[in-house]
Design a protein around this ligand. Structure first.
Ligand code: GDP
Length: 491
């Protein structure tokens, strides 16, 4: 472990001036090429037809031309000048906005490289911003999330994280903890004299406070993950239950052809359902439409495999066809403890007598015999379905579809959760928080048992190291390489 900001990041030479395309490759109205490093402005100046850029103030824009070595004007451009340390990376930055032709952009990149810049590595701009103290590591990671965000909620969470998010709070508490650690370590120097510089009650209070924050963050991870990656959802049920019809009603479009003849509906699109900014990723919608598959599938390995990948199971059945015991058996086979369940009683237009409450209480004597296979009531139903998980609707007539959407949303975003509060979306942070929390538990246990200062100090140091990992104050080159290599070049 080395202190993040003073370390030598071996794969890159950080004193180079780097260049990369900052906009997507391809044709666009404009394309932006970004240079960062000590020579950024000088390099652009070498090929710029216009004012002397090296003499311009930071945060200014300049119109001119870029001229290659043959004296040919490549493009008319607008240059933004940012001077160190007041830029994204903390270095000199020149951004060249040109016309978005792949030819121009390529020529221009080659020209800047010829004049002394090096092509940037993936994430190197943000890496430099981190190393120059412009942002902490969790903020840098949020930049990647922000670029990758596809929904309103994932964007919102990444944006907050990038602007500081929970790292400010962690930083503050970590500093308080560092003070305690140093006081306790000071005690070690006076071991013979049995003094206490660090007030144990205050320390316990602080550790409790940090634990509270860390636990809330740990708990937010499930939701954070949902927001960032979507909810893997599986729609299962017997053939002709109305799964395709339901899918179409949810997606509000007729992508798949629904047919009376089982097996005629085939489609291989990965569908994403967006409800209030939360993405439900529908696993294997093609499978839903392969009727033959489904006939064999209930209870068999293939369906189970899909269900294993899911965080949410939507079980659909036809209220005109299915018996109570069959429904409960199907659900019993499919359900898993760590998965959320929604049971959709479909085709309510065909059987107004069906009552969803029966699924919760199949022993209710008022349920007519014909709702059970061969009229036999199960003495020990294999599963009972809790009330909030049942919804009645008609997929064909679009009845109750908005309510179904509301229900899906509520299942994953419980009402208590506030998108305004800090949310952990990053697995690395989650792990570090868990380890920090364990170390803090050790600190509390040590304090309760009255262990000697050196043990308390050791546990505090460990907790500090894990908290520091989140902020990047303690980091390894592997970790940095891992994080920044996932960025695109130009960021
Ligand atoms: P899947 O095999 O589970 O995908 O079932 P489909 O979506 O292909 O539906 C099978 C048949 O049931 C089709 O003829 C649908 O029109 C019909 N169906 C689906 N939902 C309803 C509904 O709510 N009411 C009625 N009456 N028919 C429905």
């Amino acid at each position: 472990m080395t202190a993040g900001k003073s370390m030598n990041y071996s794969q890159h030479n950080l004193s180079d001036t780097i260049v990369a395309l900052a906009t997507p490759p391809g044709v666009g109205a404009i394309g932006v090429i970004r240079l960062s490093g000590g020579d950024a402005i000088r390099i652009v100046q070498k090929v710029f037809g216009g004012k002397d850029l090296t003499k311009q103030a930071s945060h200014t824009l300049h119109l001119g031309t870029i001229i290659n070595d043959e004296g040919i004007i490549l493009d008319e451009v607008l240059i933004s000048v940012f001077k160190a340390p007041h830029s994204y990376t903390g270095e000199n930055i020149a951004e060249v906005s040109c016309h978005g032709s792949p030819y121009i952009l390529r020529q221009m990149l080659e020209l800047f490289i010829k004049k002394g810049a090096r092509l940037a590595q993936a994430g190197e701009f943000t890496l430099r911003a981190f190393l120059n103290g412009k942002m902490d590591l969790s903020q840098a990671e949020a930049v990647a999330d922000l670029i990758a965000s596809t929904s309103q909620s994932s964007h919102q969470v990444a944006m907050r994280q990038m602007r500081g998010g929970f790292s400010h709070e962690i930083k503050k508490l970590r500093e308080e903890l560092i003070n305690f650690a140093s006081l306790i370590e000071l005690e070690l120097d006076f071991a013979e004299e049995d003094v206490e510089f660090a007030n144990r009650d205050d320390l316990k209070k602080l550790v409790d406070k940090i634990q509270g924050l860390i636990r809330a963050l740990i708990n937010s991870f499930r939701l954070g993950n949902v927001i960032k990656n979507g909810v893997p959802t599986v729609i299962a049920g017997r053939p002709n239950a109305g799964k395709s019809t339901l899918l179409n009603a949810l997606l509000n479009e007729e992508r798949a052809i629904v047919s009376h003849i089982a097996g005629t509906t085939r489609d291989t699109i990965e569908e994403v359902l967006n409800i209030n900014g939360v993405e439900f990723r529908l696993i294997d919608t093609a499978g839903i439409r392969e009727a033959q598959d489904q006939i064999e599938a209930i209870g068999v390995e293939k369906t189970m495999e899909k269900v294993r990948q899911a965080a949410l199971l939507v079980y659909v059945f036809d209220v005109g066809e299915m018996k109570i015991d069959e429904i409960l058996t199907d659900v019993g086979k499919l359900q898993r403890e760590d998965m959320q369940l929604l049971v959709v009683c479909n085709k309510m237009d065909t059987n107004p007598y069906f009552k969803p409450e029966w699924l919760m209480n199949p022993n209710d004597p008022s349920i007519p015999e014909y709702f059970f296979t061969e009229g036999k009531r199960p003495s020990h139903p294999s599963s009972l379905i809790p009330h909030p998980s049942i919804i009645t609707l008609s997929a064909l007539h679009g009845m109750n579809i908005p309510y179904l959407k509301e229900k899906l949303y509520d299942l994953v975003i419980s009402e208590q959760v506030n998108l305004e509060s800090p949310i952990v979306t990053n697995a690395r942070h989650f792990e570090a928080l868990q380890k920090a929390s364990e170390s803090l538990d050790d600190v509390l246990r040590g304090l309760a048992e009255g262990v000697t200062s050196d043990f308390v100090a050791m546990d505090i140091r460990r907790a500090l190291a894990f908290l520091g990992e989140i902020l990047g104050e303690v980091s390894t080159e592997d970790l940095l390489g891992n994080i920044f290599s996932r960025f695109c070049i130009g960021k």
